[in-house]
Design a protein around this ligand. Structure first.
Ligand code: FAD
Length: 385
């Protein structure tokens, strides 16, 4: 039996495993994918995330292999464009998730985690203990056969559509916001306002993120409220091409661009999470809740959330479960609450055409305010702490 079973070997699971294994726990990480694997993402690691990774001794290879990101260009309708460099010389990185997640998983293996890939978790094992329900591991299915993996602590780090959290009724898709993402890599796009900056093009009801990634390709993510039911995603490549062609800022830059591979569609994006309500179980990363990728900070919640879940697991292993879930929830609120509120306000603003128009006017008059927003979105306060 392991001390800790981690379901999901993305950034949240890998970081939780690294912290736990370094502290001497016996850790098993399982993932249904085989690594390296692709993952739809904007591929930007913001300065706050880089700061966490550096503190954990995990950033050297990411710094070396990633494209340096010095800040963000944000554009709105009617020609508004603000270039915001991250303050104090802070930088982020752009690196494809296939490489980022593989690098982190290799750190987890080096720290002593036992890793099993190609191994899908079907459900949590739930037992009655002293009149309360408790999670004691998970059932995995490999090649049609089921197997029980028992552990004293289970960490669900299995992403936005967490099998564990949805299976236990701890997560659900909210009615609003209801957005989908289409992500793709392009070659041969013309440079934007600044080559080492990420880009966010906010348009009525939707937005397009653009980031340079290693190897000369460009990551493009469209997030839109269209849904699968209305047939809009029947041909995602055509939808993406239409969106780029009708955008006055992007049209010319993408005129000769070529898709490197078929686009990937994901949604609905938002997931509401209740936190872990059962002893034996902790949630980390997107499995603990996900709203919208507009601010490009999901990786910070995953990396730091994985670390916090690991600390909670160590406490449970040493002292039992009393107060562990509450303390983790409190720590997450303290560290992430301000940013969750900031993100909520920003999303509400972008969803309102009048607010976008007012923000555009405001940005012209006081560009410093938008630069402050860019620094906050990049978690530069975390990097400076
Ligand atoms: C369109 C889009 C763009 C984004 N852009 C950015 C960005 O630029 N910067 C940023 O910081 N964040 C971004 N994010 C958010 C970021 O991608 C996530 O927050 C991050 O991937 C969360 O990491 P995780 O480890 O929690 O989950 P994941 O990275 O999703 O990893 C979960 C793992 O669990 C595994 N798994 C799932 N189910 C099972 C199962 N049943 N059994 C076993 N294994 C399972 C999966 O195979 C996967 O490997 C973006 C998100 C989207 C949707």
């Amino acid at each position: 039996m392991s001390d800790v079973l981690i379901v999901g070997a993305g950034p949240a699971g890998a970081v939780a495993g690294i912290v736990l294994a370094r502290a001497g726990a016996r850790v098993r990480i399982v993932d249904r994918a085989t690594f390296p694997r692709d993952k739809l993402c904007g591929d930007t690691v913001n300065p706050g995330t880089m700061a966490h990774l550096t503190r954990l001794g995990l950033s050297a290879e990411i710094e070396r292999r990633g494209v340096r990101i010095d800040g963000m260009c944000v554009t709105g309708e009617r020609g508004v464009a603000i270039v915001g460099r991250y303050p104090h010389g802070l930088t982020g990185r752009a690196i494809v998730r296939r490489d980022l997640d593989w690098l982190l998983l290799q750190h987890a293996a080096a720290a002593g985690c036992e890793i099993e890939t190609g191994c899908a978790v079907r459900r949590a094992i739930v037992v009655e203990r002293g009149g309360a329900r408790m999670v004691t591991g998970a059932i995995v299915g490999v090649n049609g056969a089921e197997r029980a993996l028992e552990a004293r602590v289970t960490i669900a780090a299995d992403g936005r559509r967490s099998t564990i959290a949805f299976g236990l009724g701890l997560a659900r898709h909210p009615v609003q916001p209801r957005r989908w993402a289409i992500g793709a890599y392009y070659e041969d796009i013309l440079p934007g306002l600044r080559s080492s900056f990420g880009e966010m093009h906010v348009r009525r009801g939707r937005y397009i993120g653009v980031a340079p990634v290693p190897g000369g390709c460009t990551n493009v993510c469209l997030v839109t409220p269209l849904h699968r039911g209305d047939g809009a995603f029947a041909d995602p490549a055509a939808l993406l091409a239409r969106e780029l062609a009708r955008d006055p800022r992007l049209r010319d830059r993408f005129a000769d661009a070529r898709l490197v591979a078929p686009p990937v569609v994901l949604g609905p994006l938002a997931v509401d999470g209740d936190g872990a309500a059962l002893d034996g179980l902790l949630l980390a990363g997107d499995a603990a809740g996900f709203i919208d990728p507009m601010t490009g900070d999901g990786l910070r919640f995953a990396v730091r959330g994985g670390e916090l879940a690991a600390h909670a697991a160590l406490r449970a292993l040493e002292h039992g479960w009393t107060g562990v879930a509450d303390q983790l929830a409190l720590k997450r609120r303290r560290e992430f609450g301000g940013k969750w509120r900031f993100n909520r306000v920003l999303r509400a603003l972008v969803a309102s055409p009048r607010a976008v128009a007012a923000a555009a006017r405001g940005a012209r008059l006081a560009p410093g305010a938008l630069r402050a927003v860019i620094a906050r979105a990049g978690d530069c306060d975390v990097a400076c702490a």
